[in-house]
Ligand binder design. Sequence first.
Ligand code: FAD
Length: 278
Amino acid sequence: MKNINFQRTVEIRDNVDVFVAGGGPAGVASAVAAARNGAKVFLAEKSQCFGGMGTIAKVPAFMRFSDGVNFLAGGIGGGNIGHVFGVDGTDERSITAGIIDARRRMPEYQRYYNEYLPGYEKAKIIATADILGIRETRRIVCEYNMTLEDYFKQADFEDEIGRYCYPVDIHASAPDEISKYPDIYENGYEKGKSYGIPFRSLLPKKTENIIVAGRCIGAEREMMGSVRVMPACYITGQAAGTAAAMSELSGTGLRELDIHDLQHKLVKEGAFLPNFQA
Ligand SMILES: Cc1cc2nc3c(=O)[nH]c(=O)nc-3n(C[C@H](O)[C@H](O)[C@H](O)COP(=O)(O)OP(=O)(O)OC[C@H]3O[C@@H](n4cnc5c(N)ncnc54)[C@H](O)[C@@H]3O)c2cc1C
């Protein structure tokens, strides 16, 4: 394949303390948290609304906000009917083929609902999402990449910025692929149990001055199957925005931030950090 190099000089239009790229649950939480902590924030969103997958891909439901006992996404936040298989989310032709396939199958779903589900006899499709919702593609390598082991042992971290509990939920990418880890998904944690999310998982390796949240955090595929759902994005988004504001306003690098200070701010703003001692 032939390549071309592409380079562009971009005009600086605004001077802000914290620039947030993307207004999904993680980006919105980051922007709100950074602004609450005194930073001047710019939130850039390429679509016509905030919400990310929840709005533009019409993702149907927020997964768990609580572990059955504690409210985990305390600071901010308050009929998926089928899969399109075999889509490569890094390839625009594959995505196009996927969305054509999905739309073509919509009438079939409507017929199924009308004929087989009591109460849906007159149901009609009134809208489909603007984009194909894709759960995962590339992942960023961070200072710490969360692992399946962390899920099993309900890991605690000295630098944890929140805790979460949703089971590992990996969806089949082909019809004949059995969904992975059905036992973990079905059994999940007991009430009140959760795992910690370390601050280091928000810091991409080899970059300065960039912090990530939501489904960009450092986690291997299995662990991402738990930590990518929307309430967890609020948790990591709030932490990222708070840390970015602290870093910028104090002139301290993200890696040099006082974790205790960050945790203290997060707790004051409603985060669930049971291991934190004031
Ligand atoms: C099919 C599907 C079903 C799911 N079901 C559930 C569910 O039932 N419950 C649940 O809790 N979670 C569910 N999830 C997971 C959840 O929706 C996502 O993991 C979550 O939305 C990730 O949040 P985020 O903020 O990290 O990213 P996103 O929600 O992807 O938001 C990223 C935002 O950045 C914007 N953006 C991207 N590039 C640019 C750019 N260059 N410039 C400006 N803006 C940009 C996008 O437009 C988007 O608004 C599902 C996901 C999918 C795909």
